[in-house]
Design a protein around this ligand. Sequence first.
Ligand SMILES: C[S@@+](CC[C@H](N)C(=O)[O-])C[C@H]1O[C@@H](n2cnc3c(N)ncnc32)[C@H](O)[C@@H]1O
Length: 288
Amino acid sequence: MTKQNVLQTLAAARAAELTSKERAIALYVEALAADYANLEAHNALERMRAHESFGRWMLMNCTIDERDDIFKFFAAHPSSLNPFRDYLSDGWRTLSELLLLLEAVDKPLLKMNAVLEFAAGFGRFTRHLVGAIPGKVTCSDVLPGSVEFLQREFGVKAFASSHHPQDLQLKPEYDLIFVLSLFTHLPAHMWAPWLQALAAGLAPGGLLVFSTHNEEDAVVRHGVRFDKSDMHFIATSESPSIDGEVYGTIFTTRGYVERAVESALGQPPVLIHERRFWEGQDAVVVRK
Ligand SMILES: C[S@@+](CC[C@H](N)C(=O)[O-])C[C@H]1O[C@@H](n2cnc3c(N)ncnc32)[C@H](O)[C@@H]1O
């Protein structure tokens, strides 16, 4: 089917929604078979709770926003045969990785009352987190539209973030502030102000969990050569929408991470679990 045919099939599906749900579903399935990463068809099947929808068996909201760069990453990846399945199961993976990490520091997720998922994007992980601790999740990101999407689709509390950490005035209310793959992008001079702004939101005994690129992985997989600074910043990222100088890619040694936490927060991390998240990101845990 050509791109034009896919567009025609989608238009026919939209029209069929008014008269025959079965016909509409069949047309969306046809469009998806011809264009395997078609978000309009996917989201329509989710909305209609079609037999083919992911939400029926994953028991959660599987709607994906058109602006979601992480979904686009899967959709463009040469190894991805089904980007929807890859994207949705990737969030499950994060949930299991986080659950194990929190068990290791004796602070189980299910016992928490208030959790902030900072830098939540368009909810790759949020949808899984709300299933585990409904009513207890707050989210934040800078991407236009993300806050509204997260609130509407997953029923979380959410607020818009800023590129200036001083704008973030968190109350000390969270048992966990989880920040997956933001410090992997922030330039070095922004680490201390962000660590301080986020740690201010922790309730007594609360945990700040963030991720960094694993040192060995940086050298072996990415060919990074660390100099005396123990970090290596490149002003590009996966995001076409955020300035690379503000949100680039940063590789760091473990020593750099330990010193950065100690100097910003006056105490070292209680745990660094190497390669805990995704393929090569270390989990850094700081306890208030
Ligand atoms: C690599 S993505 C990870 C998204 C999400 N944590 C996940 O696991 O799917 C990094 C996210 O950081 C967000 N971000 C960048 N600068 C930010 C800031 N100053 N405040 C909050 N979020 C920010 C980006 O918009 C993006 O959604």
